[in-house]
Design a protein around this ligand. Sequence first.
Ligand code: FAD
Length: 394
Amino acid sequence: MSFKFNLFYDVAVAGGGIAGVAAALAAARRGAKTVLLENQVFLGGLATSGLIYIYLPLCDGKGKQVSFGITDELLRLAPEYGPFDLPEQWGGPEGGFTGGKSTRLECRFSPAGYILTLDKLLKEAGVDVFLETRICAVETASDGTVTALETENLAGRGKITAKRFVDATGDAAVVRYAGGAVETGLNYLTPWVLQHCKNAGSFVFDENIEMKAFNRSENAEPYRYNTDDPRGMTGFIRDSWELLRKYYDEAYASGISRKDLYPLHLPAMAQTRMTARICGKETLTNGSDKMTFESSVGLYGDWRIADKVWEVPYGILLPETVRGTLAAGRCISTDGDAWDAFRVIPSAALTGEISGVAAVLSIKEKQDPADLSLDLLREELRKLNYQFHYSELV
Ligand SMILES: Cc1cc2nc3c(=O)[nH]c(=O)nc-3n(C[C@H](O)[C@H](O)[C@H](O)COP(=O)(O)OP(=O)(O)OC[C@H]3O[C@@H](n4cnc5c(N)ncnc54)[C@H](O)[C@@H]3O)c2cc1C
């Protein structure tokens, strides 16, 4: 195949969601020539294109900050172009979901405004960004090391060659294309839509604008789309639109005026929470919170329940067989309850930063990321105030 371009980088980050942005920032700020490849016209992934507007907490819900570095930076900058303030309220109610009510160190943001902030950070760090550029194939060496990504955009078919890769695609696309093992997850039809609503009462922007969130009902059946069906995801998206039509039709039939209630913006990404994740060298699963892992490279406070803190074993970022590549964000190797805990914005930022740092160190050390010294990685992360074991918190 002939390519319109073949560009060379130290680190290529696949996917410009929160995990990808964090990975690219971490790599570029350490002097690596870094590229970020994003399929959408926006940066931020689900957090912006998917109309998610709550940066969930990075504290333990009992008054202690658990995650630092870029996870902290992206939280503090999130309100920059929006109407919300960053609350410094610590120690939310014990147990339970705070639902964005800011009793933990979390905040709301304008999805559109956040794109502007993320872009500014990438620009300042010198990351080469490609938007509307889809990774459609991966080249590998005989030992399973990823050597290049093949992309498609307006310029035609191109090639991005790099020393290391970060798969932050949210659905493990790089690892899948490289032949690595993945698991798919269960999802529910729970669209979020930005709407005009007179006297807004849901997730409120101002008195007439809210994020209407269709949350999962108690006994809801998972939405079973077939990942092998070429129209599987299309069905999921169009059924969310059907649900929205039903909601507006019923509202109008009950006498609510079209002038008072109408959609302003629909999500520009499929709102699946757990699409596909790598099978890693280690996997976090039910009951792994508060467990100690010798390989831990970070700490993460569960967004759902106070005092539930997870150590982050390095192996959950490493695909079982695919080399030269780390995963970040909602496609890392977590399962069951751990996948639900780790599929959100703060953990995307956290694992993004760790993968970006590890990618750069592994280039310097001329080692595969899987062979990188944990002491070296932790030494670099400790400079950002990272802690690694639950016992350090208490
Ligand atoms: C309905 C719903 C509500 C949620 N509510 C919250 C909430 O309140 N708070 C919270 O913190 N989290 C919430 N989440 C979860 C959270 O938004 C995401 O899981 C998180 O932002 C994931 O970030 P990520 O970077 O790992 O992945 P993504 O955001 O999925 O980013 C992956 C990026 O990779 C790109 N990509 C994928 N494939 C390719 C390819 N082949 N080529 C190029 N680019 C590619 C995608 O376009 C995307 O931009 C919610 C999710 C849903 C669905």
